[in-house]
Design a protein around this ligand. Structure first.
Ligand SMILES: Nc1ncnc2c1ncn2[C@@H]1O[C@H](COP(=O)(O)OP(=O)(O)OP(=O)(O)O)[C@@H](O)[C@H]1O
Ligand SMILES: [Mg+2]
Length: 311
């Protein structure tokens, strides 16, 4: 087994009366990607900020490549790359100048620096705008630059906080390929995302947190298998019928509604026979159904099952 590069033990952070991180434990081995998932406010960014020395934990400990994030922050900064939710690049410089600056910070020697910057501009397709001021970039162009800046020094630990938010589908696919490549070259990667398909495609291991606590962990396939149950998806004609439909469909924990999509999802204990029974109850109650579908669990189902609804 590979050595873990990132080791997190009992990590905790409290802001006033908000427990942002409530005692997290996880490890990330070299060459693997950990998907850190959770609803808004779950504590993902706080965790990443602690691990990248931007914030101090209140309790617990974490090491990156053997360095302690609380006690050896300067050493930790040399072995990590970060693309955070708040951009680190300088608006008043071009992409090329920003990347050169990052390469200098990481003390890459001059000839290697230029070659590395050119390579990344080419690989991440930044060529079209690399010599323009960052202030003029679109959201997606800026996001791509953020990620490239995190990778410049080939750090053994890479932290990407929602790296593909706002990217077009092609840029997203290209970024996925490059993130995978970084892991294949040996990096330990922590990735947060709201796109569960992204975690499904990229992450070797998944940790789902809610209110700062781990609520589920495992490989995507294991998590789906553990859920084990088929899902019935019903679209009703009138969203006003949804609360009644949810009541008829089963007990609260296994039923979710989405008014915007006029959709009811039911985790079935018993597959097709139960699906038929639910549809019959809706029909008997005179609730018009537009269409329905029976499907295997997805990572979305895993997420919705393990995290709480908060409105
Ligand atoms: N500086 C701060 N002061 C007070 N509370 C904070 C601070 N930063 C974060 N929080 C709170 O800590 C909790 C965790 O926030 P965090 O940003 O880590 O969540 P997240 O999982 O990254 O969410 P998102 O998906 O929205 O990015 C939230 O309740 C948030 O309001
Ligand atoms: Mg966040």
């Amino acid at each position: 087994m590979n050595q873990p590069v990132i080791v997190v033990e009992g990590l905790r952070k409290v802001y006033g009366d908000v427990v942002a991180v409530a005692g997290l434990d996880f490890e990330v081995e070299a060459g693997t990607i950990l998907g850190l998932l959770g609803p808004n406010g779950a504590g993902k960014t706080t965790t990443i900020e602690i691990l990248t020395t931007l914030r101090r934990a209140d309790a617990g400990r974490a090491t990156i490549a053997g360095f302690d994030v609380g006690r050896q922050p300067e050493l930790v900064r040399r072995v990590i790359g970060l693309a955070g939710q708040a951009a680190a690049v300088d608006d008043r410089l071009t992409a090329r100048e920003n990347l050169d600056l990052f390469a200098r910070l990481y003390k890459l020697p001059a000839p290697e620096r230029r070659a590395r910057v050119d390579e990344l501009i080419e690989r991440f397709d930044l060529g079209g705008f690399a010599d323009r001021l960052v202030a003029t970039y679109s959201g997606g162009q800026r996001r791509r630059l953020d990620v490239v800046a995190a990778l410049i020094a080939r750090p053994p630990a890479i932290f990407l906080d929602e790296p593909t938010t706002g990217l077009d589908p092609r840029s997203r696919l290209e970024l996925w390929r490059e993130i995978r490549a970084m892991a294949d070259e040996g990096a330990a990667v922590v990735l947060t995302t709201q796109y569960l398909e992204e975690a499904d495609r990229l992450a070797d291991d998944i940790v789902i947190i809610d209110r700062g606590e781990v609520v589920a962990r495992g490989a995507a396939d294991e998590l789906k298998k553990d859920l084990g149950r088929d899902v019935l998806v019903v679209h009703v004609s009138d969203p006003a019928d949804l609360p009644r439909a949810a009541e008829l469909a089963g007990d609260g924990a296994d039923v979710a509604t989405d008014a915007g999509h006029r959709m009811l999802t039911v985790q079935l204990g018993d597959g097709p026979p139960e699906a038929l029974a639910v549809l019959r109850r809706l029909s008997d109650a005179g609730i018009p159904v537009e269409d329905f579908q029976l499907r295997r669990p997805t990572l979305d189902d895993v997420f919705l099952t393990h995290t709480e609804v908060r409105r």
